[in-house]
Design a protein. Sequence first.
Length: 453
Amino acid sequence: MSALISTPSVETHLETQAVLYPSLRYLVQLLPLDHRRVIKHVRNEVEQNPFLRSTTSSGNKETLVSDVLPDWYTPPAAELSLQEHLQGQISALNLSSRQQKALLYLIEWLSPSGYLEESPQVWAAGSGFSISELEGVIPDLQGLDPLGIGARSLQECLLLQLPNQPENLATLLVRDYLEEIAACVSNSTEAQCHRDALLQKLRQTRSSLDSETLKSAIRQIQTLEPRPARNFSHSPAPIVTPDLKAEPHAGGWQVMLAYEVSRDFYLDEEAVAVLNRPHRKTKETQRLEVLLQKARSLLTALNQWQDNLLKVGEFLVARQQAFLSSRDALDLVPTPQQMVAQAVGLSNATISRIVRERYLLIGGQPSQIVPLQKLCTPARVGGHTPQQIQQFIQQLIQEESPAKPYSDDQLAQWIKLRFGLPIARRTVTKYRKMAGVDSSSRRKMPVGQGIRV
């Protein structure tokens, strides 16, 4: 009798596992995706499953690369991109951590020719950097290889490749006569006439200038590269689409989904009704039943994906209210991913998948897009964030005597006395360097030389 009673429970358990497993499998697939990729993923499923429908479905299908390329085609090896070429050089520059990040961000705006074509207002929008910060690192960008990179016009590009000498004839021609030079470049009679006219103008300030010297300067200009990024593959500025948005609400901040993906997809109830009509079981009906189960599992996973994302966003926004108002990284409250996992009842691995490559749009004026992972600030030293440690160091250095700057040992002692944070000298050294602050020997100024800025 006991064997007969236990059998249904075993069968129920096995059946439950079979129902839950597809939803979990789909959820694992969706977790690391942002909403654009989730939409693309589900649309692919819609095309293959008669029980799924999309409110935005279209009859047009994208052409796949495999449809137009022969089987024997092998794509060439990827060339070094301009951004990769510049990143190695930037890491060797003597810049603060903030300046390096601004420079790494700015190179994403370079055009395929190597120019900065957009305005500073466009660069700064939603970046977390001010216009002045980005404009301040342009000279550093223009000092990198290849020459002429980061120019904002053809004239600036050519000038960056010429000696910075006002008396240099080629420099003078590019700076003051660039449009006229274009008409002088050939061996035609018309070009000769333009060169003679230009020569007469130049002799008003350079009486000894002759025709051959002018031709030589024009030939030098012709050797310059008007498109510095010509020999590199191009990586355009990545398009960042936030999955969550935070808006000011009742003196604080409220978070919501930037786009509700689940409203775009639904189960085709008519197709389900047809399948549920009494009929004889065949291989085809069994195949359709499997597809129906997959459709339900996918829609369940889609709702779970949204719920988990919103749940994590609500916790992080509630915890980082001060940062959302100030936009200052020093106001970030230590929030390791393990804390988020415990608070929302998900695993650490799930939280890691959710926050990776996800973005939050902070509303207000101005708006700003930040990585969701930025709000998961780890607690490093004594419960303080790296930004707070750097702030302590910078505050003490601003108060020190220029003639007797604090050593890292002294900074460690002052941090313990002033802020109640026991910290090792090597830790102070690490965060001082991260903040772009020189050592005490380099900060020291002779007595009477003035106040260090």
